[in-house]
Design a protein around this ligand. Sequence first.
Ligand code: ZN
Length: 276
Amino acid sequence: MQVFILLGLVLAPVLAISWARTRRESRRRTLRTRPFPDPWRAMLDRNVALYPRLPEALKTELHGLIHIFLDEKHFEGAGGLVLTEEIRLTIAAQACILLLNRKTDVYPRLQSIVIYPHEFDVPTARAFSSGHYVNDTETRLGESWRTGAVVLAWDHVLQSSRDLHDGHNLVFHEFAHQLDQESGEADGAPALDRASHYLAWARVLSRDYEDLRRRVAQELPSFMDQYGATNEAEFFAVATEFFFEQPDLLRRQYPELYNELKSFYKQNPGEYREPE
Ligand SMILES: [Zn+2]
């Protein structure tokens, strides 16, 4: 009898998790087939410059992912921002563009997206070599936390989303960090399909990251934002922005990096065309 009670205690949580997973998968299947309203398409045409360029099949996949994202993630206005459908949709669409064609659990660690109207201050502590710390503040446009949140400044989301060719996209940047953080600390090495890919990934990203660092240190011109020279995690996030916004330039300057990102994102933005 005791054996059965013990077995029950062990199996109950396992069965509960598997039941919750099955229920979630079933809900996701329904959400993927939910119609995508025409006003939402029109809004994305206006706000997300990449959206009208996506092939039709990817748009259909994107619509399903957006429904799932909006259903599962909590949005919160901060600093006086009043949330609107436009804000939710513009952010969800861009976050989900990074998931297209990939096997995805739709940012499993992420629970909340916090949105400020403009750039925001965060408290920081500055350390000195004497061992003292001084409380300080830093102004930021966005943050990605491993503990389940992304923080964004709405005006920069919209501006960087509407301009496809400036190489900047705040949502792509912060959600690339989320993908990176799915495999642990943000270190520029997100979870890859196969373990054998890590060697090539590390070789190419390290080399091109060092090239960017050298260019920044020597004040040489570089098309890529020098913020990418901060560390490997920022390099991956900045490279993601350029992969989607300046694919031809990235392919010319860092062809192997372009191919690694193409293999990771399973997309080829260099082939996306202006709608006729
Ligand atoms: Zn960053």
